[in-house]
Design a protein around this ligand. Structure first.
Ligand SMILES: [Zn+2]
Length: 286
């Protein structure tokens, strides 16, 4: 089984400063009428058309698609909104439903361009709405929802031994093809007596939140390690991710067995060879 092993040793200082990245994007003025796919009036139950832009009209920039309204708020703050960025701070209550409507409408146009007869094909009749809900509410949900609340406990027992959490199931998607990435993650933490500890389930919640975005694996593990360092302030943190990339299996080279493994070692995991070896030996046995 060919295994692509890639070790990314990134220090926190080298991590990209996302907040400062300034991206200029030209916002095109598109009226909702112009965007709407051509819909036959004969079919009354056509996906979501009556509801589209409901939320957008309520928001500022009346008449603009909701996505444009949100994009303008982000640009006003010079924030980044790449596929793997969380933009929840720019989304107001109730707007996610409006985004689902907008994505459903545009998905319908994609199906139309794929020359699929969604009117008489009962299997694809509601596909656009199903896909829109899947993207916004499920598989890319980590872009639109706030970081899960992590209850922190002081390290009263002054634990300073290696902790390993995993394997945590990973479901993500590549930002190149939006193909699934399915895998597992192991997290190693060496707390200091001043570290804040978080409950075991919170590691899974945090991992899921980071992974539920379109991205590339190399960046995903770095982002997770950054977040853990910030939250726990450990002496060392290690993240190893092993995943199947469906863009290599379902399409492309169609190599069913290829996996990608990434590891990020920080602090003591980087400096202390024995600690690193202990961590890697323990997760190898899983
Ligand atoms: Zn891909």
């Amino acid at each position: 089984m060919p295994i692509k092993k890639q070790t990314a040793r990134t220090s926190p200082a080298k991590a990209p400063a996302k907040k400062n990245a300034i991206k200029k994007t030209v916002v095109k003025k598109v009226t909702p009428q112009k965007m709407a796919p051509k819909v036959s009036n004969k079919v009354g139950n056509k996906v979501g058309n009556t509801e589209v832009n409901k939320a957008g009209n309520k928001a500022e920039g009346d008449g603009l698609p909701l996505s444009v309204v949100i994009r303008r708020r982000i640009e006003a703050q010079n924030a980044r909104f790449h596929a793997n960025d969380n933009i929840s701070a720019f989304i107001r209550p109730g707007e996610l439903e409006g985004l689902v409507d907008e994505v459903a409408q545009k998905m319908e146009a994609v199906l139309e361009s794929l020359v699929i007869d969604t009117e008489s094909d009962h299997n694809t009749k509601n596909t656009s709405r199903r896909v829109a809900k899947m993207y916004v509410q499920e598989v890319f949900n980590g872009r639109y929802t706030e970081q899960p609340v992590l209850t922190k406990f002081p390290n009263v027992s002054r634990l300073n031994e290696l902790m390993i959490i995993g394997p945590i199931t990973v479901r993500s998607a590549c930002s190149h093809h939006l193909c699934p990435i399915m895998g597992r993650i192991w997290i190693g933490v060496l707390p200091s007596k001043n570290s804040a500890l978080i409950g075991l389930s919170k590691y899974s919640r945090l991992t899921e939140w980071v992974m539920c975005r379109p991205q590339i694996q190399e960046e995903a593990v770095v982002e997770l390690a950054d977040m853990l360092e910030k939250k726990i302030k450990p002496v060392g943190v290690a993240v190893v991710m092993e995943a199947d990339h469906f863009c290599m299996q379902w399409r492309g080279v169609k190599d069913r067995d290829s996996k990608m493994i990434n590891s990020v070692m920080r602090g003591s995991f980087l400096r202390d060879f024995n600690l690193r070896r202990e961590f890697l030996a323990l997760i190898e046995r899983k």
